[in-house]
Ligand binder design. Sequence first.
Ligand code: GDP
Ligand code: GDP
Length: 453
Amino acid sequence: ESVESGSIEFGLGDVDGTTVAPPPVVAVVGRPNVGKSTLVNRLIGRRAAVVQDTPGVTRDRVSYDAIWNGRQFVVVDTGGWAPDAQGMAAQIAEQAELAIGAADAVVFVVDTNVGILDDDEAVVRVLRRSKKPVLLVANKVDDQRAEAEAAAMWNLGLGEPHPVSALTGRGSGDLLDAILDILPEAPKEAVAEGGPRRVAIVGKPNVGKSSLLNKLAGGNRSVVDNASGTTVDPVDELVEVDGTLYNFIDTAGIRRKVKEAQGHEYYASLRTQGAIERAEVCIAVIDASEPLTEQDVRILTNVEESGRALLIAFNKWDLTDEERRRYLTREVERDLVQFGWAGAVNMSALTGRHVDRLGEAIEDALQGWETRVSTGKLNAFLGRLVAAHPHPVRGGKQSRILFGTQAASAPPTFILFTTGKLDPSYVRFVERRLREEFGFHGSPIHLSIRPRE
Ligand code: GDP
Ligand code: GDP
């Protein structure tokens, strides 16, 4: 649901025409049970029931929006997952590595009551290698007394430990200040004028992601030319599609089939989330020959909630017969209506069918994602809309949209100033009409309603 009330700070988005970069990403890492999930809830200002009592329970979402002092950032939670006793340090290190790779800054959590264990040291080694800015949190400092023990964490060689109690909130305000201090002012992958656009191929296992990547890359694999000033992550690949160079995100994760028996799903969702977060546009691959699954829908929802442009690739079209295609149409009408704004290509990575349509579809989605509507045009439209379709009267009062502004693009984000609350159905209606009027094809749009006090 993109209907939020007052969740967007004015001035966060730009009001004067440049593209808004995605917010920076903070990963919270550490061995199991140090309090990562509890801390994440603190950081996002929510007492959500995210903390799991059952180790190994996988969660759908691993990243959350946070805002502090008017600055927005994304927190990646690596809690809620515990490896088994064997090979623990290695698994923790790998898990941390994934999260750190996708982050602009890292919060490393240790348990002050327990002290430093080998598993902590394993994460420290990964942190050193990553060269990302790190903030050391000595957690479970619930009172003054424990603060002395926090000082022992200087031994980790990661600088000053920040004593915090994730449970009570003690020290969490200072921690948030410190996080803002180490976050890059502009995220490292801000939409660079002229740089290759970032594309993520996402989807559940075996839908044909790596086949598609191979098809697209086949022969066109670009040699990364550092002299040209293009820096590419080692896990990414530059691939030319229709004469345009794109940066395909985390292709290492697609090519290398990650097969950890335990926590596999967790790794997969963390990786997917990380790729979505880094991308501007996502190609969500769905196996058209098989019934749609919840996991397909979940990944699409993730893309939408992350505010990325979306293109749906119905792959393995060569395996569909007329009957299957009839079923698929029904499944799409039933389960994917909320993604009606996304472009779709019925394709086959195997035969190459319609693979040549992807380039144009990617560009189309990016264009919708970056669409800007001037305040004048928007308000002329809103004026007509409100006159023709006033908000229903509720409890003797009638809410009215006074005016609106597009606070950001990529994705298009609107603030509507109103005289009172709007029905969710009315907000959906406004969104539908906005799309009819201005397009935004291939992009989620966010509406923030600001009732006048
Ligand atoms: P994770 O595995 O690192 O995500 O750890 P959790 O957030 O699940 O926390 C593990 C346990 O430590 C839970 O029982 C928490 O309630 C507890 N815990 C977390 N933070 C604190 C804290 O600051 N003080 C105390 N006393 N307990 C905490
Ligand atoms: P990934 O796990 O999503 O990367 O999926 P893969 O690319 O490894 O594909 C899984 C299986 O589906 C492989 O056996 C592929 O050969 C097969 N496959 C992929 N795309 C197609 C397609 O368009 N048609 C058919 N018939 N098979 C495909």
